[in-house]
Design a protein around this ligand. Structure first.
Ligand SMILES: [Zn+2]
Ligand SMILES: [Zn+2]
Length: 254
């Protein structure tokens, strides 16, 4: 897998397993997605699908143009497709899925579960591949039991670690925005992410990616410190990466 970029400026993750290639979220312009994939040597025309977690622009900005241009299907819940005005036709292929159920994507089985976030029907994913499972949970105000169960024991886990609570409190954001971010339908703090990680990481887990860090209200070292503490003895066995916003994606073996 490779994180093309993550944060409020755009999110996209490229995953390849068992010959199936998927872009999870497409929160950059089509041109930027192309450039970031090209830097990895990935031909966008070989993608099987773009899987969308929700309609916010930092996750869906380039999806329509990208999917039309390269002929890959867009998999998303009906509400997410609706919000983005994505309907099949004119070269666009859509794959609606019910949040809470499972569906096939190439050689994978994907399970989506609703997450608490201020979007129409946002989802976290467990992507079960013949080479192991990958969990993806970005943009959630808190982690309900169903999401913990979904990601438990995944080989690779990509999870939001949005803000350090103290930095957010003392930072420059207006009060309403601070409330939204730390609210139950906003974003996970480092502490919440760490508690979540301690529940879902197991001896099967090889790789952990902390993602969607706030540039203003977080620092990579703080997020990693809390995650390491939460993992305890497992932390020496799990490769931990902090996803960056800018270009310069690198491969992460899961
Ligand atoms: Zn969002
Ligand atoms: Zn987001």
């Amino acid at each position: 897998m490779a994180i093309l970029g993550s944060g409020s400026g755009g999110n996209a993750v490229f995953l390849e397993a068992a010959g199936t290639r998927v872009l999870v979220d497409a929160g950059f312009s089509c041109r930027e997605l192309e450039a970031r994939l090209a830097a990895l040597g990935v031909d966008p025309a070989e993608l099987d699908a773009v899987l969308l977690s929700h309609e916010h622009s930092d996750h869906a900005r380039g999806v329509e143009r990208f999917a039309r241009r390269f002929g890959c299907a867009v998999a998303a819940t009906p509400s997410t497709l609706d919000c983005l005005g994505l309907r099949p036709g004119g070269g666009l292929r859509v794959r609606p899925f019910e949040n809470g159920g499972s569906f096939r994507l190439g050689k994978w089985r994907v399970v989506g579960v609703p997450v608490p976030h201020d979007a129409a029907d946002p989802a976290a994913f467990r992507m079960e591949t013949p080479e192991g499972s990958v969990g993806y949970a970005l943009d959630l105000g808190h982690a309900p039991q169903a999401v913990c169960r979904l990601l438990a024991g995944c080989r690779a886990i990509i999870v939001e670690s949005n803000h350090d609570l103290t930095m957010l409190e003392e930072g420059p954001y207006p009060r309403e925005l601070k409330q939204r971010l730390r609210g139950p339908r906003g974003h996970l703090s480092n502490g919440e992410a760490a508690a979540f990680i301690s529940e879902v990481a197991t001896r099967e887990t090889r790789s952990l990616v902390l993602a969607h860090l706030s540039r203003t209200n977080n620092r990579a070292d703080l997020a990693m410190l809390e995650a390491h503490r939460a993992l305890g003895r497992l932390s020496s066995e799990i490769r931990m990466t902090v996803a960056e916003q800018g270009p310069g994606a690198h491969w992460i073996e899961a």
